[in-house]
Structure formats: structure tokens, C-alpha cells
Design a protein around this ligand. Structure first.
Ligand code: SF4
Ligand code: SF4
Length: 441
């Protein structure tokens, strides 16, 4: 694509980076076919190609964001299906991240939208605040219908709908410390405790620590870890996202210096995509660029790490049919497609992949709150495809997808690591009835 940025504009490294990305786009439109919002809404401006034109126009003319561009960029899920499809290697992720930061700096959103976004950024990345907010949200549940009728209050209604009926107790395993492997040490990893997942389903990390230590891997929970920054990053709150990234980089570099790390294990693929991008996000910060690149290189999804281990034979032979839902951040963001399915199959599960597996389930961070109508359409489409597999259980590797799909599916939805842990001798995952996990023998 031809671009016409001035030399003065290109002196801004963010603009220079976006210009490089724009020039790679050849307008072919292949990406439109796999874009969930184009498939759902049928509007070119809600396709990757349409958004790329809008972003180009905004950046090239150096103008503030307007209502039109904000509408179409807000509707983008950042699912990155377009990056998987694009034959020209257009890095849409970095382009839309830049556009979102520009929108945040230059666009004055309506009051309620501003308040909702500020509240999400204040609450979600902090487990204690999030836990308190979930307790409070239970009081608001009777008003969901009312909120859904008032357009400006729809996000509040969507948020209340997603509030779980019960909130698990905080996990002691999330506290800083070292969990030693059971036998001769085969590896040493740090685990990201994260934010929302540690409140909604602390058993995911507990299970991961239990499985890894049974496999003789030492697991460190370094002091100072926090939210990866993805939630605010996707809202264009660049400084907050970079502050989270720096905090985590410091925590993990300390852990590396104190005893070495083979990997930083991440159990939410949305966080993994962002942490693997820390090197890029902090490239302009001389104090952090090298350290962040080192951290990104060590970041591994738990299934990526497990697949590289020499796993023993599973204790149980389940023979259970599992529908594997590949989160967008897993398949498009991190290009991890093979390992989770192979691990499940090796553990004795029969793995089925739902049709339209490339399409987002509509969770996408805060998308199911801020764009609840499109999100619900995508969720229902996803659940229909999952149920058509005839599986007993859904496995996936991202807490956002688990919450989203579980809100409509008539079968248990669990993190992949919980099924693996059970097959390798761990307890039955909570919420999965015995009959859904019938062992073959
Ligand atoms: S990230 Fe997803 S929703 Fe956004 S343009 Fe690309 S394919 Fe479409
Ligand atoms: S597939 Fe790639 S090159 Fe083609 S229009 Fe989409 S982003 Fe541009």
C-alpha cells in the first residue's frame, strides 16, 4: 500500500512502525473472510482491510480520532485471525495497538463510556479489587434486565451477567514462594499468577503447579508479579500497560538472577500473547528493552512447556471425547495449534475440533462487556459448533474463553491443564461430573 507520511511524522517511532506495516498491505482482502466482525456484520469498515484504511487515513492526516473510526476499531476483537490469513505478513496487532493508543489520546468518549472503561481499568487488573467487585455485583443481578434496556448501561448489564454465582477462595499457592519438584529437578520455571484468572478460577494455576512439580519441575511464584497489562493495553492505555510490563520484567529478571529460569509459564493465552510482545512494547525504553526481550523469549504457554517435556504414560486412560477450543490468542496470537491437542490425545482423550475453529468466541478481554451484542452472537455461533462435535467436555487454554463459552454451553468447560492433570493422576476437575470423565477400563 502506498503511504504519504511526511518526514516529520516518520520521526515518531510509533508512526514509523505503523507506516512499515501499512506498506505491507496489498489490499487483497483475503483477511475479510476470516474476520469475525466482517462475517457477523458484513460491513467492509468492520473488516481488517477496512480498519487498515481508516487507521491509515487517521495517522497520515495526523488528525484526532473521530466517532466513525472509534466505532469500527472498538468493534475489533483483536482476535488476530486476520494475521493468520494475511499472505503479506501485515502485523495488524501492532497497527491496531497504535490506533487504540491514538484514540485514547485524542478522542473524548461519552461520559458513561469513559466511566465504564475507567472502572474496568481500575478493577480488573487487581485481584483484591476484582474479588470485592464480584461480591458487590451479586447485589446488582436483579437489575440486569433494566440495564440491558438502556443502551448506555448495556456494558453494566453484560458485566453483571458474567458474574459467577460463587467466587472461589483465594489460593495460597498464588503467594510468592517456591514449589519444589518431587524428584530430581528437571527444570525451573516461574508461573504468572495474573489477575482475573486468579480470582475466577485459582485452581488453574494450582493444578499447573501440582502437575509440574509431580513432573519434577520447580515452580517459582516470584514476588512483585501482577497483571500482564493486556486488559489496559487493549483499551489503548499505553502507560498503564507499560507500567505492568516493567513490573513483571523486574520480577522475572530477579527470579532469573536468583536461580535461573527455563521458562515463564503462562496459563492464560491472552496474557501469553502480551508477554511474548513485551520485547516490542518496551523496545523504545533503553532501561528495559533488553530485559523485556529476554523475558519474551522465556515466555511459554503451559502446553508449549509440557509438550517439550518427556512425559510419562498417563495414569488414567480416559477415552473421553473432548472438544478443543483454540483461543484466538493461542492460535493466532502465539501460533500454538498442535501442542494442546497432541497433549490431550497422548493423555488418552479423543480430541475433536469444532467447525469454524478460527472464529473468536466473542470474549476478547473486555469485549464481552463493551460490545455485548456482537459478543453474544459470536458466543452462540461458537457454542453451536462446539455442541455439534458431540463432545462431553470442552477444553481450552484461556480464562476469558472459559467464562464466555461456559455462559451458554450445556457441558463443562475447563482449562486443558486440568484434564491433563487428571489423566496424569491428579484429582477430578471441580465442576466436571464423574460420568463426563469415564475411564476406559
Ligand atoms: S483482529 Fe479479528 S476482529 Fe479485528 S480486524 Fe482482525 S480478524 Fe477482524
Ligand atoms: S490479507 Fe493482508 S495484505 Fe490482504 S488486505 Fe488483509 S491485511 Fe492487507
Amino acid at each position: 500500500m502506498q503511504t504519504n507520511f511526511s518526514l516529520a511524522q516518520l520521526a515518531d517511532p510509533h508512526v514509523a512502525e505503523s507506516e512499515k506495516i501499512l506498506r505491507k498491505c496489498v489490499h487483497c482482502g483475503f483477511c475479510t473472510a476470516t474476520c469475525p466482525t466482517y462475517v457477523t456484520l458484513g460491513n467492509e469498515l468492520d473488516s481488517p482491510r477496512g480498519r487498515i484504511y481508516l487507521i491509515k487515513d487517521m495517522l497520515e492526516n495526523g488528525r484526532p480520532a473521530d466517532k466513525e473510526i472509534v466505532t469500527h476499531i472498538d468493534r475489533c476483537l483483536s482476535c488476530l485471525a486476520c494475521m493468520t490469513t494475511c499472505p503479506s505478513g501485515v502485523n495488524y496487532m501492532h497497527l491496531v495497538d497504535h490506533a487504540r493508543a491514538h484514540i485514547q489520546e485524542t478522542y473524548h468518549r461519552p461520559l458513561l463510556d469513559r466511566l465504564t472503561r475507567a472502572m474496568l481499568a481500575f478493577v480488573l487488573p487487581y485481584p483484591k479489587r476484582f474479588r470485592a467487585a464480584l461480591k458487590l455485583a451479586k447485589l446488582g443481578k436483579p437489575f440486569i434486565g433494566l440495564f440491558e434496556k438502556i443502551p448506555a448501561l448495556k456494558p453494566l448489564g453484560a458485566m453483571l451477567k458474567l458474574t459467577p454465582a460463587s467466587i472461589p477462595a483465594a489460593s495460597p499457592m498464588a503467594s510468592p514462594g517456591v514449589h519444589a519438584g518431587q524428584g530430581t529437578r528437571k527444570g525451573r520455571v516461574a508461573i504468572l499468577t495474573g489477575c482475573a484468572q486468579s480470582v475466577l478460577d485459582p485452581a488453574i494455576n494450582e493444578t499447573t503447579i501440582s502437575l509440574l512439580t509431580r513432573l519434577d519441575v520447580e515452580v517459582v511464584v516470584p514476588p512483585g508479579e501482577g497483571c500482564c497489562g493486556a486488559l489496559v493495553h487493549h483499551m489503548g492505555r499505553e502507560e498503564a500497560a507499560l507500567a505492568s510490563a516493567r513490573q513483571n520484567v523486574d520480577a522475572w529478571i530477579r527470579a532469573i538472577e536468583q536461580g535461573g529460569l527455563d521458562a515463564i509459564v503462562i496459563t492464560a493465552s491472552g496474557c501469553g500473547t502480551t508477554i511474548k510482545d513485551y520485547g516490542f512494547m518496551l523496545r523504545l525504553d533503553p532501561a528495559y528493552a533488553d530485559k523485556a526481550a529476554r523475558v519474551s523469549a522465556l515466555a511459554k504457554d503451559v502446553t508449549e512447556y509440557l509438550a517439550a517435556l518427556d512425559l510419562p504414560e498417563p495414569v488414567r486412560k480416559p477415552g473421553t471425547v473432548v472438544a478443543y477450543h483454540s483461543a484466538c490468542s493461542m492460535q493466532h496470537g502465539q501460533k500454538i495449534t498442535r501442542q494442546p491437542k497432541e497433549l490431550l490425545a497422548k493423555a488418552g482423550f479423543i480430541v475433536r475440533e469444532p467447525r469454524e475453529g478460527h472464529l473468536c468466541c466473542g470474549s476478547a478481554g473486555t469485549y464481552n462487556i463493551l460490545q455485548s451484542e456482537i459478543s453474544a452472537k459470536l458466543r452462540d455461533r461458537k457454542v453451536k459448533n462446539i455442541e455439534a462435535t458431540g463432545a462431553s467436555i470442552v477444553a481450552t487454554g484461556n480464562i476469558g474463553c472459559i467464562t464466555q463459552i461456559a455462559s451458554a454451553a450445556r457441558m463443562p468447560v475447563v482449562h486443558t491443564v486440568k484434564l491433563l492433570d487428571w489423566a496424569y493422576g491428579g484429582p477430578r476437575p471441580e465442576g466436571v461430573p464423574e460420568e463426563r470423565l469415564v475411564a476406559a477400563e
